[in-house]
Design a binder for this molecule. Structure first.
Ligand code: GDP
Length: 195
């Protein structure tokens, strides 16, 4: 898949401000600091694209990116902060719930996890959420470059076991550093967006 255009569209928390439902969307979720911004920059091949969405004030909203006027990637704020005020956490959950539950053109979730570690409870919750709503998931195990060869299979198994991975979902070994897995990710996205 050739990226001819990748641009930040808008950020919006509530459905009244979301773009129309004319294009397929893929939502991206992951714990803060997992490497989600790097992932976005790497798959779009636009350095600094994800930075727009991490500027203050935009971190608690959904961020919509237009890819080739064909597909939208939707960035969800990173979860798993220890010190998020309860009120904010509730708003965050409500926003994501509203999006996952009601968005007609949502085709898939990309769940980004750290390939080195067992997924945390938050990751399992997010995966369960997607499964609950019948949303196909592409699990992207990032920072692959930090693993030793003998850990690749072992950690994939651990991640899948912890998530209670549905065999019809996708698992992609990814590294932003090595630009590994970009093609596989787009193959999965296109497959799911065409359905
Ligand atoms: P975010 O908070 O999820 O958006 O995470 P970032 O994309 O900002 O990445 C967090 C840290 O992990 C940064 O220091 C990145 O350089 C590093 N990082 C992200 N992806 C990779 C990767 O694939 N390999 C390695 N070695 N480091 C990575």
């Amino acid at each position: 898949y050739t990226i001819k255009k990748a641009e930040f569209m808008l950020c919006a928390a509530w459905s009244s401000q979301w773009p129309d439902e004319s294009l397929p969307e893929v939502v991206m979720a992951g714990r803060s600091n997992v490497g989600k911004s790097s992932f976005i920059n790497t798959v779009t091949n636009v350095q600094g694209l994800a930075k727009v969405s991490s500027t203050p004030g935009k971190t608690r909203t959904l961020n919509f990116f237009n890819i080739n006027d064909e597909i939208r990637l939707v960035d969800v704020p990173g979860y798993g902060y220890a010190k998020v005020p309860k009120k904010m956490l509730e708003q965050f959950s409500e926003m994501i719930d509203n999006y996952l539950r009601n968005r007609k053109n949502l085709k898939a979730m990309i769940l980004i996890v750290d390939y080195r570690h067992k997924p945390k409870d938050d990751d399992v919750t997010m995966y369960d959420y997607a499964k609950h709503f019948g949303i196909p998931v592409i699990v992207v195990a990032t920072k692959e470059d930090k693993l030793k060869r003998n850990e690749l299979v072992k950690n994939e198994k651990l991640i899948k076991e912890t998530l209670d991975f549905d065999p019809s979902d996708h698992f992609v070994r990814f590294s932003s550093l090595k630009k590994k897995g970009v093609r596989e990710v787009w193959d999965c996205i296109l497959e799911l967006c065409e359905e």
